[in-house]
Design a protein around this ligand. Structure first.
Ligand code: PEP
Ligand code: MG
Length: 591
């Protein structure tokens, strides 16, 4: 950029969706956009328009299959689900009928009908509060664009001539795999979130990625120099030499540090005083299994099954669920596989099933409450899990338990389901362990009694924090009050841990707090010996475990018990990490 004004350094905060740091020049990718009104013209023949749509649909299906094949060749079957769901959506005969009907009833072109029908579908999702829905809307927008391009005979240019940071309003999985991987430095998109498919792909491909939500794709020009910080979500446009220097150093440090951590990851997760810690993985999709194995997790501590329901916006059949659970159970190389029954409701809504009108959704028809009221959804899931348990070390975990009676109701349903399956000739192991999430204050308080009814406990610090502090975990206006370092939350986590120990049953934590480096010493001091984290964080958490003595963690814990605020406790814990694991911290001051 030439004029002085436009070369001014601009720093903007975005949402970090894939870790890493990218420094390089921008390639502004503009797939294609068209206004519905521009297509508003009477079509000469509805029949011909329908035929044109069918041809375009066949072309797009070919493109998707090609992209899927390319992805398979380059990255294995890690991302196949993404393409499969777009292909299934497009192949759906109901969609074909809907678009054909639109052509006939509106008397307009195929392009008009495609835009009208698919925009209505994507708008519906994009306006929902739920992040999974919003992000699935981008897949529909992507298909709409592909169909329009096929109808107009337009081709997209994916040709990169130099290493670049791709800037776009949105990126589809197909776009992502069509670029030359070796020339992509990073992704910056206006739209998306941590669970959008491009973010999942970016994480899988280890490409730093940030979502800005501020329409930067319309501001940044080809060739502008950009820095993306996929840890903090910072975006720097036209950095000053000093900023560039700092980030290049940070990038190198991070690269070296990550390489060291990954190399060291082959070692066992034991503390300096030889206490073995189970490091488990949290996953939401079957394709993450490769990360579980790649990072050598001791098992899967949390499989959030609701993603299967929300991803396809429908209730998967017992057989569909069984196939997925079985695949994971069979492929898991070590440890056990904890399947959490659906946690729908709250911010995870399913059109037509959950109640989008609730005034307090997090206090409402969510998780186990929703399941117990909908046995026609819950029982097929239990059946699928029980059947899968014949193929591996499967455990069942119940979300959002707030009373003993809920556990008793599930136990009854489980024994009924087991009996029905056995009558039909299915072989089910004589014991499938049942555990509950400790994520409501009532469950934490009652944990000593709950422990008598179940086989294991798993602390859900994300919800435990929101319910203990009465702070909505999704509301940015009160985000400053949300901290799992709060003394009240810590006390509840500690008493739940004690309850597990006293009942002689395993207790673990699967909330995000277990992935926070400075929280780890506190968790160890409480007596937790099992942490379940996003696979990518395993090397980092293992490093902390290997760098501390339980004794010094307990000393830290004694000290923080005298403190009365989350910020003081967090500060104390940060200092502990800086002292005991100095090589680890990507310090905020570095940036
Ligand atoms: C939690 O609440 O800590 C948890 C792991 O469950 P989720 O984040 O899925 O609500
Ligand atoms: Mg939860």
């Amino acid at each position: 950029m030439k004029n002085k004004e436009s070369t001014k350094q601009i720093i903007i905060k975005g949402l970090a969706t894939a870790p890493g740091i990218a420094v390089g020049s921008a390639y502004v990718f503009k797939p294609f956009a068209i206004n519905l009104t521009e297509l508003d013209s009477v079509a000469p023949s509805a029949e011909e328009e329908c035929e044109q749509f069918k041809t375009a649909r066949a072309k797009v299906l070919e493109q998707l299959k090609f992209a899927s094949k390319q992805s398979l060749e380059s990255y294995g079957d890690e991302f196949s689900d993404i393409f499969d769901s777009q292909i299934a959506f497009l192949k759906d005969t109901l969609l074909l009928e809907e678009i054909s009907a639109k052509i006939y009833e509106s008397n307009q072109s195929a392009a008009y009908a495609v835009t009208a029908v698919l925009s209505q579908k994507s708008n519906h999702f994009i306006n929902l509060e739920n992040r999974y829905f919003r992000e699935r809307a981008f897949d529909i927008i992507d298909l709409k664009q592909k169909l329009l391009m096929a109808l107009f005979g337009i081709k997209i240019d994916y040709h990169l001539t130099a290493p670049s940071i791709i800037i776009s309003e949105n990126l589809s999985p197909t776009d992502t795999v069509n670029f030359n991987r070796n020339l992509i430095l990073g992704f910056l998109t206006d739209q998306g979130g941590k669970t959008s498919h491009s973010a999942i792909l970016a994480r899988g491909l280890k490409i730093p990625s940030v979502v800005n939500g501020k329409g930067l794709s319309k501001v940044i020009k080809n060739g502008d120099e950009i820095i993306l910080d996929g840890f903090e979500g910072t975006i720097v446009i036209n950095p000053e030499p000093e900023t560039r220097g700092r980030y290049l150093e940070l990038k190198e440090n991070y690269g070296q540090r990550q390489a060291v951590l990954v190399a060291e990851n082959v070692k066992e997760a034991v503390t300096k005083d030889n206490t073995k810690i189970n490091l488990l993985a949290n996953i939401e999709f079957a394709h993450e299994l490769s990360e579980v194995t790649g990072y050598d997790a001791d098992g899967i501590g949390l499989f959030r099954t609701e993603a299967l329901f929300i991803e396809n916006n429908s209730v998967p059949s017992e057989q569909e669920q069984f196939k997925i659970y079985k695949k994971i159970a069979k492929s898991l190389e070590k440890g056990f596989f904890v399947i959490r029954t659906i946690d729908l409701g709250g911010d995870k809504l399913l059109e037509g099933l959950t109640d989008a009108e609730e005034s307090n959704p997090f206090l409402g028809w969510r998780a186990i409450r929703f399941c117990l009221d909908n046995p026609q959804i819950f029982k097929p899931q239990l059946r699928a899990i029980l059947r899968a348990s014949a193929h591996g070390n499967v455990r069942i975990l119940l979300p959002m338990i707030s009373s003993i009676s809920e556990i008793l109701q599930v136990k009854e349903l489980l024994s009924e389901t087991r009996h029905e399956l056995q009558t039909k000739g299915f072989k089910i192991p004589s014991k499938v362990e049942l555990g509950v999430m400790i994520e409501t204050p009532s469950a934490a308080i009652m944990a000593p009694t709950i422990g008598k009814y179940v086989d294991f406990l798993s602390i859900g610090s994300n919800d435990l924090t929101q319910y203990t502090l009465a702070v909505d975990r999704t509301n940015s206006k009160v985000a400053h009050s949300y901290s799992s370092f709060d003394p009240a939350v810590i006390r509840l986590m500690h008493s739940a841990t004690n309850a597990g120990i006293a009942n002689n049953i395993p207790v673990s934590i699967c909330g995000e707090f277990a992935s926070v480096p400075s929280a780890v010493p506190l968790l160890l001091a409480m007596g937790l010996r099992s942490l379940s984290v996003t696979p990518h964080f395993i090397p980092r958490i293992k490093k902390i475990i290997r760098s501390v003595h339980i004794k010094s963690c307990i000393k830290l814990y004694d000290k923080i018990q005298t403190l009365h605020s989350a910020s003081e406790i967090e500060h104390e814990c940060d200092e502990f990490i800086q002292t005991h694991v100095p090589e680890l911290s990507i310090s905020k001051e570095d940036i």
